[in-house]
Write a protein that binds this ligand. Sequence first.
Ligand SMILES: C[S@@+](CC[C@H](N)C(=O)[O-])C[C@H]1O[C@@H](n2cnc3c(N)ncnc32)[C@H](O)[C@@H]1O
Length: 245
Amino acid sequence: MRPHESISGRYENDEGKRTFVRELFNRGAPHYDRIGRVGFFGTGQFHRRRALEQAGLRPGMDVLDVACGTGAVTRAAVEILGGRGRVCGVDPSEGMLAEARKIAGAEFHVGHAEALPFPDQSFDFLSMGYALRHVADLNRAFAEYRRVLRPGGRLLILEISRPRTWLGLVCARFYFRDLLPGLSWLLTGSSDARLMMSYYWETIDACVPPDAILAAIAGTGFQHVERHVELGIFSAYTGRTPERA
Ligand SMILES: C[S@@+](CC[C@H](N)C(=O)[O-])C[C@H]1O[C@@H](n2cnc3c(N)ncnc32)[C@H](O)[C@@H]1O
């Protein structure tokens, strides 16, 4: 299942999407953290760390952060583990990884969610922050997550969801569609940064609904699959692999 249909005017097909998204993040990488800090009022790092802790990340676990980007979730995982356990980040964008590699205490790899470059049952915890919309196929990505997690492993997917209420949608459109791309351009002077943030909302708006995401996670064999929502837009999807393989 695709997370959204083709975004008109951006690319024609799945291959075009993969190239477009990789180039988008390669060029936007130097600006990503700054936009994140200003655009989310400095709350992003706290939010990611709290979500990891609530989903059960503890020292001693081996963690894989898929779509690690510049390493915002990875950094929070390194802090929680405090040197006890392995932290890996994986992302297809070399530009984003160049930023992430400044983080001490984690290893980084080039790769896609749909074909993770790790053996079966390598990790206790798998996270993915704000990147679900970019994969080609949700079922393929979730099957990979199940494969690389050990029995009893934990999954956490953070994502921004399209608000369900009329007022929520008006506010989200105003902020993410009308304000944030321009603000990003003013902040960085970069049209690549503006495009990155325009595409951000386009994919949130077009994304399949949360129920379809929950069904796809459960459909690949995860148990205790749940979604927690804050402010009507910040979703945390969680699940666990069965205790016995
Ligand atoms: C919005 S950034 C999120 C970065 C980080 N996880 C965070 O919480 O800020 C989205 C990331 O997804 C990555 N990405 C795009 N397509 C992907 C795919 N098929 N598999 C894994 N990561 C992908 C991009 O390169 C980019 O670094």
